[in-house]
Write a protein that binds this ligand. Structure first.
Ligand SMILES: [Zn+2]
Length: 256
């Protein structure tokens, strides 16, 4: 019998599911292997050496053995627990949403070190900043860009003219913003205020220090949130549909 192959990796826990009497199946995001699933055996026992290092949204160093279907976590050591996330319900919920969005948008074993860095920075910001909602919006637009779903915010998606600041329309189905003329005919269009348009562009620019100095009133914050939410729902659904389609094709060809 050959020794199981072991590998060391950093990871962030995106999701966990209790399994059997004391085990837990984890969805992890790693810099070099992308999203992977692994089992932590006995982790729910109070005596487990893994316990406490594998909580949701924890950044840890792991030693993983390749199993038949799932990796098996043999060692775990916390790098950063992001304690600020655990003491505040809003921060906790935003961290859960960040983890879920990454899980939804990322196929297994499709590594992206920039996405891992974005995730670590985002959890740190969510744990410490006075404006966790803005840190979450920044994560959303940056993740969409890194995943190949960058919303278009500079040229009208229909006529390709450069967008002015006012009268624009956001369309999830079109993939971004339409000019005042083209936007009138877009069935799923959402009117975009000048301020929301500016905030979206600043978030997409990647300049977090400037983003963190923004002060949005509640109406504007909500408009920005709902605009992204409409787009994320559209992209995540499309993503899942395409995955289901690929799976169906694969099942078909296995039968032949
Ligand atoms: Zn246009």
């Amino acid at each position: 019998m050959t020794q199981p192959h072991l590998y060391r990796t950093e990871a962030v826990v995106l999701r966990h599911l209790d399994y059997g009497e004391a085990d837990r199946i984890l969805t992890l995001y790693t810099p070099q292997h992308g999203k992977v699933r692994a089992i932590a055996k006995g982790v729910r026992r109070p005596t487990s050496r893994l316990g406490g290092h594998l909580e949701l949204a924890t950044h840890a160093h792991l030693l993983i053995a390749h199993g038949r279907n799932l990796g098996i976590i043999t060692q775990a050591e916390t790098v950063h627990a992001f304690l600020g996330l655990r003491e505040d319900l809003l921060r906790t919920s935003l961290a859960c949403a960040v983890a879920e969005l990454l899980d939804r948008l990322t196929p297994e074993e499709s590594p992206s070190p920039p996405i891992f860095d974005l995730l670590i920075h985002t959890l740190d910001r969510l744990a410490t900043t006075r404006q966790p909602e803005l840190a979450a919006r920044f994560f959303e637009v940056q993740l969409l860009g890194l995943s190949g779903y960058r919303p278009e915010l500079h040229e009208c998606l229909s006529c390709r003219t450069a967008l002015g600041p006012s009268g624009n329309t956001f369309s999830a189905a079109a993939g971004g913003v339409l000019c005042p003329l083209c936007g009138r005919h877009q069935a799923d269009g959402r009117a975009l205020t000048t301020n929301a348009f500016k905030v979206l562009r600043l978030l997409q620019s990647g300049d977090y220090p400037t983003v963190s100095r923004l002060r949005l009133d509640e109406t504007l914050a909500r408009e920005v949130e709902l605009t992204f939410r409409s787009y994320i729902l559209y992209v995540a659904e499309a993503n899942l549909r395409s995955a289901a389609f690929v799976d169906a094709v694969r099942a078909r060809s296995a039968e032949c």
